[in-house]
Design a protein around this ligand. Structure first.
Ligand SMILES: [Zn+2]
Length: 79
C-alpha cells in the first residue's frame, strides 16, 4: 500500500468584491415584534420600511439591520 502525501495551503478569507460576487443584501428587523422586511440591495428600503412600521406600531422604536455580504477564501502560501 502506498502512502499518499497531502499538501495544504493557507487560505485567507476576504470580502468578495469580484465581478461574480453576490451584491450586498440589507434587511431590517423590528426588535419589538421580530417582523422583518424582505432583503433588498438597498439599505434605504429598510429604513423606509422601519418608518412605515413605526407608523403602524407606535411603540416599536428599536430595529436591527442585517447585512449579508459575500466572502471568498484566497489561496496563499503552501504549507
Ligand atoms: Zn414591530
Amino acid at each position: 500500500m502506498t502512502r499518499a502525501t497531502y499538501r495544504f495551503r493557507e487560505h485567507v478569507l476576504t470580502p468578495d468584491t469580484g465581478p461574480d460576487s453576490d451584491p450586498w443584501q440589507y434587511a431590517m428587523e423590528c426588535k419589538g415584534c421580530g417582523q422583518r422586511n424582505g432583503s433588498s440591495g438597498s439599505a434605504e428600503d429598510g429604513t423606509e420600511w422601519a418608518a412605515d412600521h413605526l407608523k403602524g406600531n407606535p411603540g416599536h422604536l428599536t430595529y436591527r439591520e442585517i447585512i449579508t455580504r459575500p466572502y471568498r477564501f484566497e489561496p496563499g502560501a503552501w504549507l
